[in-house]
Design a protein around this ligand. Sequence first.
Ligand code: HEM
Length: 416
Amino acid sequence: AAAVGVAGGAALTGCARADTDADAAAKAAEALPSPTAIGEAQIPFHGERQAGIATPPQAHCVFRAFDLAGAPDNRRDYAATPRLGGDDTKRFAAALKGVLRVWTDDGARLVRGESGLADMDPELAENPARLTLTVGFGPRLFDLIGRPELRPRWLRQLPAFEIDDLDDRFNGGDLLLHIAADDPLTVANASRLLSAGVRGLVVSRWTQQGFRKASGAHPKDMTQRNLFGQLDGTVQPDTGGDLVFCGADEDQEWMRGGSGLVLRRIVMNMATWEEVDPPQRDLSLGRRQSTGAPLTGEHEFDPVDLDAKDKAGLEVIPPQSHVARAHARTPEELFLRRPFNFTSDAGGGDPESGLLFAAYCANVDRQFLPVQERLAEADLLNTWTTPTGSAVFALPPGLGESQAEAGGFLGDGLFT
Ligand code: HEM
């Protein structure tokens, strides 16, 4: 009887466990956000401004740079301007037009969850998951197509900074394609399709993947954390005015509604950061890692007070902290920051971690450069960070629906 009792007991316990597991699984499934809500969400392709700039950032992205096929390889000297004849510039202009038409047509379909023309894998396009693609022009492109007079004055590679350890693999580029979505499969598929569609017209120069907090994993409006654990992206300008998108006073009429992008690949040294205790970390940033509050406040969005002193008469936010150095000193020194984290194989087995630091502004010289210069000169965060890639692009304005119907394409302002 005892043996039966034991066996029966075990059987009963087993049943009860199965029920509990099933209940727990059902509860967990209920707690998940509706998968279709994330997968089916769409961001319109057409509009006055390109999507993917002021759009609330998606969880996954890839930045891809291309050179026009047949242009000299300028990786070693990215400022080099090739000497070109009229036939060359005509050929490059025709190639560029071809690329922009493909990206416009395929992009408009992909963001609706429809596949590109002649695509063999339409199933992969079914989940747009807030897909955006954003196109940009590198400094040399204007020489290649024979229209140097259309280059915005600020569009050039950033000057060399002492903190830099730039790697040719992540610098420059004639064309940028920034693809972002909340589903990494969507990003990978769009990246494959959009590059396959322009094969022969461009050569791939570099590809950099990044990620942010997953959709649905955190409260919607929470600032994302970078890999140092800091809330990153708190202080941002208004995207409605002329700070992020070019207004009428910029030098190039065709750029009105467009934006400038500075993309810096910054490696973060996790091993040495792990040796730093919390108070030192907070002092080097000027904010608390836990809450994101400035050292002169209690909450994340409290104002940064660089003049506040402690009892000993010392600045509460150290003058060499990241926030003190980066804080705008004029109303113009503001830009939109949309950083993406990365971890990638550095070749030695251990991943390399860092930030794809993306800054958007109407005028790089006026808004971004003074801040970057101050950070390069002295910023406590430099102890643990090293810029290894750098590129600047002019992002043309968006394409309105009526312009598209009339045969327009992204960046067609270069051809008028
Ligand atoms: C603020 C991290 C690189 C410009 C911040 C904040 C963090 C942070 C945690 C505070 C919260 C916020 O306002 O977002 C980092 C890390 C970097 C990096 C880890 C490199 C790996 C840069 C670069 C620039 C920059 C390259 C520009 C050249 C700014 C600006 C602010 C800021 C303008 C706002 C300052 C203010 O007005 O309070 N950064 N940052 N950061 N950062 Fe960075």
